[in-house]
Ligand binder design. Structure first.
Ligand code: ADP
Ligand code: MG
Ligand code: MG
Length: 248
């Protein structure tokens, strides 16, 4: 499903990713952990095609196609979701309108029928219920005046509404209240599916108490240094990243 091969990327002329390899088969949830500044967010920005993040070598294949060559709306249409892609505040636009447009945009891309207002409301109410999110959030303007926790919940809602085939979450879970963390975890667990892959990037083990990943990878010095099962997260929590400090 997702195959990252020998990925090199620079920011401001400085090489941050130095030959990163990662494969996530369909149906699996993988976690990337690693010390601060190791390139975790750089990896997710490269996946979105954010300006200033330049790929100098390697490829990112999603269902066999190189996403680095796709426009952002094409990436979304192909089923790629990046959790931090929509954190912007949009005054005057109700959250529900925004979500409906995002979903219908993807459906149009795929040649599927758009959902009308009634169909959409019915579907989104089911999703908020499943996630334990208050419907009141749907009426408010997108992210305007949302707390950090509310933005996170909204992100989780966006994800379950869009039902991506590849979801990438870059979780700076420091400062997140435990309920928001559980909502994020719920959204991942809810979306677990044989046809879907998910990548959860996190600095802390705490989130992985609620999401049980199939694989855990350590990113340090711009490369995946070690991979293992969920027990690797616990080991890292206990021992820290010292053993990877000098790795290159
Ligand atoms: P992580 O998410 O693992 O903490 P980042 O990907 O945010 O790491 O950062 C990796 C490295 O790239 C750091 O050394 C950081 O200072 C640098 N970096 C990231 N973004 C920028 C930027 N926009 N300009 C300059 N340096 C950056
Ligand atoms: Mg950081
Ligand atoms: Mg980061």
């Amino acid at each position: 499903m997702l195959e990252i091969k020998n990925l090199h990327a620079t920011v401001d002329g400085k090489e941050i990713l130095k030959g990163l390899d990662l494969t996530i088969p369909a149906g699996e949830v993988h976690a990337i952990m690693g010390p601060n500044g190791s390139g975790k967010s750089t990896l997710s920005y490269v996946m979105t095609g954010r300006e200033g993040y330049e790929v100098t070598e390697g490829e990112v294949l999603f269902k066999g196609r190189n996403i680095l060559e796709m426009a952002p709306e094409e990436r979304a249409g192909e089923g790629l979701f990046l959790a931090f892609q929509y954190p912007v505040e949009i005054p005057g636009v109700p959250n529900t309108t925004f979500l409906k447009e995002a979903l219908n945009g993807v459906r149009r891309y795929r040649g599927e029928d758009e959902l009308d207002a009634m169909q959409f409301v019915k579907m989104v109410r089911e999703k908020t219920k499943q996630l334990g999110i208050n419907d009141e959030m749907l009426k408010r303007a997108v992210n305007v005046g949302f707390s950090g926790g509310e933005k996170k919940r909204n992100e989780a809602l966006q994800m379950v509404v869009l039902e991506p085939s590849l979801a990438i979450l870059d979780e700076t879970d420091s400062g997140l209240d435990i309920d928001a963390l559980k909502t994020v975890a719920n959204s991942v667990n809810l979306l677990r599916d044989p046809d879907r892959s998910m990548l959860v990037i996190t600095h802390y083990q705490r989130l992985l108490d609620y999401i049980v990943p199939d694989q855990v990878h350590v990113l340090a010095q711009g490369r995946i240094q070690r991979s293992g099962g969920k027990e690797l997260a616990l080991e890292l929590e206990a021992k820290g990243y010292a053993e990877f400090a000098g790795a290159a």
